[in-house]
Structures are given as C-alpha cells and as structure tokens.
Design a protein around this ligand. Sequence first.
Ligand code: SAH
Ligand code: SF4
Length: 337
Amino acid sequence: MHAARLWNYLYLELADSFDAMPELPPRVRALLAAEAGLGVLPTALETDSSDGFTCKYLLALADDARIETVLMRFTGRVTACISSQVGCAMGCVFCATGQMGYTRHLTPGEIVAQAVHVARALRETPRGNCKLLVYKQSMASPPARLRNVVLMGMGEPLHNYDAVMHAIDILRDEAGLALAGDRITLSTVGVVPGILRLAREKRSLHLAVSLHAATQEERAALVPVAKKWPLDELMAACRTYSGATGRRIFYEWTLIEGKNDSPAHARAVGRLLRGLPAQVNLIPLNPTSGYAGMPTHTEAAKKFQRILAGEFALPSTVRQRRGIDIAAGCGQLATAS
Ligand code: SAH
Ligand code: SF4
C-alpha cells in the first residue's frame, strides 16, 4: 500500500532519511527505520576539478570500505560515472584501480546509491561550484535531472554481473530514476562469459569493450586477463553480441605513446574490427602512480583517427579529458592510501 509512495520519496524526491517522508504514517516510518536502511553513502571527501566541470566523491560504505564516484558536467547533460567493485581483480597495468587490487563486489544498493548521490548533488548545485564565467555561461540551462550513467568507475562490472544488472533494473525503473537503456553504458575489460550472457539476455544498454591492442600478445601485456579470455574469443563474443542485439559496440583504446599509437596499430585495429558495427573511443593515457607510460600527443591521436576513418570507414572519438587534476579521469580512481 505504501510502496509507491516510498519509491517516490526514494527516487524522485531523493529523500535521505525516513523522517523526510511525511506522507508515510509514523508507524510505517518507524518500522522502516527499524528494519531497513536507506543506504545513503556518506561523503568522506568531495573534490572539484579546477575547471569546475568534474566533481569526484569518495564515498564510505557500511563496512568502511571506500569507493569513488564521479559527476561530469557537459553542456546540457550530466553523467554519473559509477563503480561496481571496491578495487578490481583484473590487474590492467595502467589502471590505478587495478593497481590497488580487489577487495569486494558492490551490492546492487551500493551501485544504485552512487547514482542517487550524483542526482542529489545535481539538484543541490545545478551549476556546480565553479565561478568561472565561461563555465557558468555554458551551464546556463543545466539538466533538471540525471539522465546518463556510465559503469566505468572502479571495478569490472561483468565480474559482478548479477548485482550490476539488478542495479541497472532499478536505475531504469520508470517509477524511479527512469534512466533510458540507451543512456547507460557498461564498459568491460573483455569478460567473455559476461558478454555472451548480455547477448543472450538482450539487455538494453550500450556496451563498451576495452581493447587497447589488436594482437593477443600486445593485449596480454597490458590486460593480464587476456590470457584467460584471448583476443579471438573476445572478438567472437563481440560478434555474437552485435548479431544478437543489433547493437554497435564501443571499442576503447587507451592511447599510450610509443606502445599502441602508431599508424600500424591504427591499421591493425581497423582490420580487426572490419565488418563489425563498431565505434572506437580513444582515451589518451591518464597518469597513475604504478605505470610509467605517457599519453599520446594530440597530433598522433588525430592521425590515428584519420586512418580509421579514411582507410576503414571506422568512426572514432577522442574522449574528452576530464578531472585529471583531481585524479578523476579514466583509470585514475583508487582508494588505497
Ligand atoms: N573495468 C572496466 C571499466 C572501468 S575502466 C574496463 O576496464 O573497461 C574505464 C576505461 O578506462 C577502460 O577502457 C580502461 O581501460 C580505461 N583506463 C584504465 N586506466 C586508464 C588510464 N590510466 N588512462 C586512460 N584510460 C584508462
Ligand atoms: Fe579493472 Fe577496468 Fe582498471 Fe582493468 S581497466 S584494472 S578491468 S577497472
């Protein structure tokens, strides 16, 4: 009887305590307070990037583990980048989360709570905290609510498949946050059984696959789990996924100077993805303490793109670098001291 109202308080009013639900009878509120928790994640630290477009939250979980969640403001849109695990077991050499190792999976509630946290922050400071005029102008009409979520924070979402899908179902619930399936992007390192399961279940989301290299040997040097799920098996799974869902996959390619950014590398990825519905997302390497590589220069990244477009008709984007000064960029999230 009270569920619809409770849901409304949770996901539309973004209430942060049962006391803030006056339309529920006091005995129901008391029962909820005794038997349940709202799962609000306290902010241990909040850091704004100097340009004001990005805000990183260090959130405390009930067992005192910590995760990071990022709010990214673009003109007319806000994206929440959320975590699926405390740490990560996949060990990619250039990733700060991989460098800290794996602690545990997040629960569906802990995953959803991050999106709610960002939605609340957006409501409280629609234009963020930045005083820069150029920024304030570009944020003249900030979005009224959160519409975009990327599962690209800490952890490997397909290693925590059930909890992540449960969380996505809650995020999509039309009586709640009501995120559209095509506004949710899940990025995987290439967990083959998870990709095949997504294909079978025909889940409504965008899939991004972290490729980084177009040969098994080069990939395994950057992404150790490529030894478990080799490149040919990964590409077969991607083919199955696109065949079953009719969806294009985003292939992510972290550009590392002198490692995977030459014209020959661009041609290799072009050949690998030939005939597949694909878009390449190039991500210039962000610095992390455990990896000495350097990001590719802008000119080389543009040349990489020109080769993909000109010789293979393969669309690509270079991901906007966001929050690098506060270590909130791709692969920079970590909570180990
Ligand atoms: N575990 C998932 C999602 C989180 S990482 C995955 O690996 O896909 C999101 C993206 O950031 C991935 O493509 C990842 O390879 C990339 N990334 C990791 N470390 C990076 C770094 N230091 N610089 C740039 N991109 C990085
Ligand atoms: Fe884990 Fe993704 Fe980082 Fe690899 S890049 S260690 S899979 S979070």
